[in-house]
Design a protein. Structure first.
Length: 594
């Protein structure tokens, strides 16, 4: 893993500010402590910080083709580079090192932008082709690796792996975007393509951006182009062996490294599956890393049982001492924009633990999205079935009214907590699903915002993106629709952002076998009955893993990766009140604090 930064003059001429490029790149030093590199020529400057994973001696960046007419800065790993090399060599390309980066360069030379359809991995890169006078920016299928870009007041395009690097550009305004603020309070993160700043955009997952020198940037900048879409083709029932083969292959592809490699082990199904498969493929014990919590959320005993079964070198740490109130302040520079996932602090802690023993860690991220592990999927399917039998007028009238009147009852027994179900029933499928992932609903947000700020929202609807996504998969089964919406919102906006920023803050690379495109396509295409069965999710996956993991682990209730903050928040109410109602928040103009 690495960090990249760059400056591009759309005119194709003019000197690049080398000092500014260095400042931008220095802001990414945590992403690449093993070296730095720069390339400057008229109109373009590329900066890179390297975390050496493959071919540490020969993989310095920027990297060039044979005549140095193509240069690249790259963050990520290409898992199929070994398969691409002979094909590219047969086309006349010469490889000078063992690094995966060189495969991207030659793939671009042979196939142009379509090279992205041949790459399997996690990546964000910027490639400059002097002969074509072209800057090519691209991001991987699911958005595991980040890439931000903007046009400054001087008309230059600036881009980088993190917002911190763009903060070094004095000619780049950073105006809070009201719609992004509204999105954050709705979802707990700022979804792409927006950032918290109006002037800065995220390149969305599975998108690329082609900029040609001589073409005007700013208002004339071409829109990003999607090069891949999550497949929606259904297939007949599969066997557990089919699932296991795909997961095993995806895990093995992610074991290639010339540095120490380990795995996160939370004690849940997904990380335990990855550990089981990775440990079987190694000749030496796998290092595994677990963060424990006080109380019922602690999964350490489950993790230790898996570690003992597969003979891993298990490393434990406790998160009991994490003060999430203070951690919120410490996490701000890590994320660069508001981020509301309470598990960010323990994720940072497990990454710090892992980095003491490894440079690469495997994770179980994506298993819930691919094989339908979240409880909200089961509710969505049930509510969708009920919705089809209730007239729209009744849903819009009586049920919507009852949902508004029904108390929230968060601490009541589950069968009495019907507010969310009634709310989802009263809405259409897209907005019903959005309601299940919403942190603060519209009335709550409008009461929170200052009147002037709320007026600037100009009718912005954070749930509209869910309706647009549902339109793209309208013919799919309700469960697939829910998975599809999560794969385009929650996964890239929350889960992958959390893991990337927390791991790279500790100079650690994380790889997610469950997010192999072939495995994702397989999981979405499964019939609903092979994902949801007997009131639980991941049915086929659990069948596949039955020979590898304890039955009690496979069938126990799912837990989140964090302890509940409620007790700490109540105990720290004074500190919370001081920070939320203090002068910094009051002067922001965002909130109605009176």
């Amino acid at each position: 893993m690495c960090g990249l930064a760059g400056i591009f003059h759309p005119s194709g001429a003019g000197p690049v500010d080398a000092a500014l490029l260095r400042c931008m790149t220095d802001a990414l030093a945590h992403r690449g402590p093993d070296g730095e590199g720069f390339h400057l020529e008229p109109g373009i400057g590329l900066g890179h910080r390297r975390l050496a994973i493959i071919d540490p001696a020969g993989g310095q960046q920027p990297m060039f083709n044979e005549d140095r007419s193509v240069a690249i800065v790259f963050n990520g790993e290409i898992y199929n580079f070994a398969e691409l090399r002979p094909e590219l060599a047969a086309l006349g390309h010469r490889f000078r090192n063992r690094c995966d980066t060189e495969a991207i360069i030659h793939a671009w030379e042979s196939w142009g932008p379509e090279c992205l359809t041949r790459l399997s991995g996690q990546f964000a890169f910027a490639l400059w082709d002097r002969s074509r006078r072209t800057l090519f920016l691209a991001r991987d299928h699911f958005g595991k690796k980040p890439l931000y870009y903007a046009t400054d007041t001087a008309g230059r395009v600036v881009f980088a792996s993190e917002l911190a690097a763009l903060a070094a550009v004095p000619t780049l305004p950073r105006t809070p975007d009201p719609a992004a603020v509204d999105d954050f309070f709705t979802l707990g993160y700022v979804p792409d393509p927006a950032s918290i700043f109006r002037e800065i955009k995220k390149l969305p997952p599975a998108h690329c951006l082609l900029l040609r020198a001589g073409e005007r940037a700013g208002a004339g900048m071409p829109p990003p182009r999607r090069y891949w879409q999550v497949p929606l083709a259904a297939h007949p029932a599969a066997t557990p062996a089919d699932a296991l083969v795909l997961l095993r292959e995806a895990t093995e592809r992610r074991l290639v490294a010339d540095v120490p490699l380990g795995a996160f082990l939370s004690g849940g199904i997904d990380s335990s599956a990855v550990v089981a498969l990775a440990a079987q493929h190694r000749d030496t014990p796998l290092d595994t890393f677990t963060i424990g919590f006080d109380g019922a959320e602690d999964e350490t005993p489950w993790a230790e049982a898996v570690a003992a079964r597969y003979g891993t070198r298990q490393h434990n740490a406790r998160a009991a001492a994490i003060d999430v109130i203070d951690a919120a302040r410490l996490m701000a520079p890590v994320f660069g924009e508001p981020f509301g996932d309470i598990s960010a602090a323990p994720t940072h802690a497990v990454c710090a633990l892992a980095r003491r023993h490894a440079t690469v860690a495997l994770s179980g991220d994506g298993g819930d999205e691919v094989f339908a592990g979240y409880r909200r999927y089961r509710w969505h399917v049930l509510v969708d079935a009920a919705r089809r039998h209730i007239p729209a007028g009744l849903r819009d009238g009586a049920i919507a009214g009852l949902a508004r009147l029904y108390p929230k009852l968060d601490r009541a027994p589950r069968f009495l907590r019907a507010k969310h179900t009634l709310t989802e029933l009263s809405l259409d499928a897209a907005r019903g699903f959005a309601a299940t992932v919403t942190k603060l609903h519209t009335a709550q947000r409008r009461a929170l915002f200052a009147p002037g700020f709320a007026a600037g929202l100009d009718g912005h609807d954070p749930t509209a993106r869910f309706a647009a996504l549902l339109d793209q998969c309208a013919d799919a089964a309700p469960l697939v629709q829910a998975q599809f919406m999560d794969l385009h919102t929650w996964l890239p906006g929350d889960i992958l952002v959390k893991v990337d920023r927390a791991s790279m803050a500790n100079s650690l690379e994380v790889r997610a076998p469950f997010l192999d495109p072939a495995l994702v396509a397989f999981g979405l295409a499964l019939p609903t009955a092979q994902k949801l069965h007997g009131g639980a999710g991941k049915y086929l996956l659990k069948q596949a893993l039955a020979p590898l993991l304890p039955q009690a682990l496979l069938h126990r209730r799912k837990q989140g990766f964090a302890s509940s903050p409620a007790v700490l928040f109540r105990a720290g109410a004074g500190r919370l009140r001081q920070r939320l109602l203090g002068p910094v928040m009051g002067d922001s103009g965002l909130f109605a604090l009176a």
